[in-house]
Write a protein that binds this ligand. Structure first.
Ligand code: XMP
Length: 515
């Protein structure tokens, strides 16, 4: 990797990955590393600048995350954000205090002094604040550059040492001129040129894949999701027919989805790769018969998937490389350790143990999701695939509450299809900023009346959420008129459904999927 790089040191805040994504949007490559990365490692990484993120701690609490003070003498520009801003003050003999009330939300900040960080930023500008502790006096040789009504030090700096600190969050959209500030840091302070461009990435990745693989044989598990599709196309551009993609249709895909994947990647598609589709629905339904517990269902689907893939891999024989669609968020190690497992995700993680291969290749390992999509567009993948919403590995298996049967899968596929069609028709995915939307077959049946007859049929739940990171999500206020159209169509067109419910729960406390 020859690009110029920034380093984001992670103090455990919720916007850490967002900071890194914003820097990359400025066309500069950066990585997120734990806050306690050693000075030697930092020097070796050779960043053009370092960003300290926010975090949940208080600098004066025992054991709170801090950095080695030597980082301030490396002559590398630093930007501290929120908790990171307090860390800089605390370690350089400034003062941090605990406020009686928190400052939270959109706040007007007044810029008081000329600063490279605020070039072309309005003197009064709206920023996003979320803090209780604050810097009450800045270290010697630092000057205050901005304040708010309640916060005496909204930003401060030592221009000579190129150390900058902001109490607010420039990375979130609510900070109106936040991107300008980050870009000022990257270009005016760190002196970057902006050499992180997706078309360069595509070209250099294809070249290096060619070189690495040579005449080797490569195997890829293709799900039809964005990551594995983009990985497969990158490889096909590099090595063509040396690549075999295996697509396991577990019978829990959305309506028509299996055929759509085949149309793109199969014999009649535009990519010259070997494509094998395995229709394994019956095997999965058999294994899942009568199973109702969500984690058990997930595990059965995951392990059956691996078995089916293993059988196919055996037919192909030894391969040199196995492709994994790992992306950067899967690689980042959190500064403050791992949190509890809520659901066991099915991400074909077990494949390496059952496939006979020499090495794993992960061509998307450095990319965030939005960058993967850009690579997909650059490679000419259809928009419908590149901008596809996330779909869980266990598929409709976690959208059918209770046990799974072919009949229930068919009902859900039809209802989900109508829901998605109407949302797209009304362009609500764009207008309401919907990140993910789908139907769920609740295991509940209720009494209804159709014509002159009593019905006793399933209730379908509709779910639509807006989120930037899928860790938290808000339910989307879909207009009643659209809900009305969807509900009527589902009840009229889908046999076995007589009631439609709308899920108005955020995450937390709910999760996005039902299981
Ligand atoms: P939850 O339900 O945990 O979902 O709020 C968060 C996001 O993850 C997706 N999801 C999965 N993705 N394998 C995946 O690759 C899985 O097993 C899986 N389960 C949930 C979910 O659709 C949402 O976008």
């Amino acid at each position: 990797m020859q690009n110029e790089k920034l380093l984001v040191l992670d103090f455990g805040g919720q916007y850490n990955q967002l900071i890194a994504r914003r820097i990359r949007e400025c066309s500069v490559y950066c990585e997120v590393h734990p806050y306690n990365m050693s000075i030697e490692e930092i020097i070796k990484y050779n960043p053009k600048g370092i960003i300290f993120t926010g975090g949940p701690n208080s600098v004066f609490e025992k054991g709170s995350p801090l950095v080695d003070k030597k980082v301030f003498d490396l002559n590398i520009p630093i930007l501290g954000i929120c908790y990171g801003c307090q860390v800089i003050a605390y370690l350089n003999d400034g003062k941090v205090k605990h406020a009686i009330t928190s400052e939270y939300g959109k706040i007007n900040v007044s810029i008081k002094k000329d600063s490279k960080l605020f070039k072309d930023v309005s003197v009064n500008t709206i920023v996003w604040m979320s803090h209780t502790d604050y810097v009450s006096s800045v270290p010697k040789n630092y000057k205050i550059t901005a304040l708010t009504e309640n916060c005496p030090v909204a930003s401060y700096e030592n221009e000579k040492k190129k150390i900058y600190a902001v109490q607010f969050h420039p990375e979130v959209m609510h900070t109106v001129e936040g991107m300008k500030m980050l870009s000022n840091f990257v270009y005016n302070v760190c002196g970057c040129n902006g050499d992180w461009k997706i078309n360069n990435f595509v070209k250099t990745t294809i070249d290096s894949l060619k070189e690495k693989i040579g005449n080797g044989k490569v195997l890829c598990a293709l799900s039809g999701g964005v990551d594995s599709s983009v990985a497969a196309v990158l490889l096909s551009k590099a090595i063509g027919k040396q690549l075999t993609c295996v697509f396991v249709d577990h019978g829990l895909l959305r309506k028509n989805e299996g055929d759509e994947v085949e149309a793109i990647f199969g014999e009649k598609g535009r990519y010259k790769l070997n494509f094998v589709r395995i229709n394994a629905a019956e095997r999965f339904y058999e294994k899942l018969a009568g199973v109702t517990e969500p984690e058990e269902k997930r595990k059965i689907i995951g392990s059956e998937f691996i078995k089916v893939f293993e059988e196919e891999a055996k037919k192909i024989g030894a391969v040199d490389f196995l492709v994994q669609g790992t992306i950067y968020p899967d690689v980042i190690e959190s500064g403050l350790g791992k949190s509890a497992t809520i659901k066991s995700h099915h991400n074909v993680g077990g494949l390496p143990s059952v496939v006979n291969f020499k090495e794993i290749i992960e061509p998307l390992r450095l990319l965030f999701k939005d960058e993967v999509r850009k690579v997909g567009s650059e490679l000419g993948l259809p928009e419908t695939l590149v901008y596809r919403q996330p779909f869980p590995g266990p598929g409709l298996g976690v959208r059918i509450v209770g046990d799974i049967t072919l009949e229930k899968v068919k009902i859900l596929q039809e209802a989900d299809f109508i829901f998605r069609e109407e949302i797209r028709k009304a362009e609500l995915d764009k207008k309401c900023n919907i990140s993910q939307y789908f139907a769920v077959l609740t295991n509940m049946r209720s009494v209804g009346v159709m014509g002159d007859f009593r019905t006793y049929d399933y209730a379908i739940a509709l779910r639509a959420v807006e989120t930037s990171d899928f860790m938290t999500a808000d339910w989307v206020r879909i207009p009643y008129e659209t809900l009305d159209i969807i509900s009527r169509r589902i009840v009229n067109e889908v046999n076995g459904v007589n009631r439609v419910l709308y899920d108005c729960t955020s995450k937390p406390p709910a999760t996005i999927e039902f299981e």
